[in-house]
Unconditional design. Structure first.
Length: 87
């Protein structure tokens, strides 16, 4: 019996949720959902499962945004660069 991880997020609700589908990382933020890395979706049952999970996550992001009064563009602040204390 396989145990399935809960791979869901509440888009734009917190700054703490992060999940992974193989090498693809999805980070939840208050002003954005970030996806980075890579994910191979193979033409088999495992690939279908990965594709369905990714679709579920993207659908939840779209649903969270639908019907909201959205700005034209959110300004994303770049993080401060800090000198390496170990250099």
């Amino acid at each position: 019996m396989s145990r399935k991880k809960d791979l869901s997020i509440a888009p734009f609700k917190n700054e703490s949720e992060c999940l992974q589908i193989n090498g693809l990382t999805i980070e939840n933020r208050l002003d954005r959902v970030s996806l980075y890395g890579s994910l191979d979706i193979t033409r088999d049952k495992e690939g279908l499962e990965k594709a369905a999970k990714l679709k579920e996550i993207v659908d939840s992001v779209v649903a969270a945004m639908t019907g909201e009064e959205l700005p034209d563009k959110v300004e994303v602040e770049q993080p401060d660069t800090v000198k390496n204390p170990f250099a």
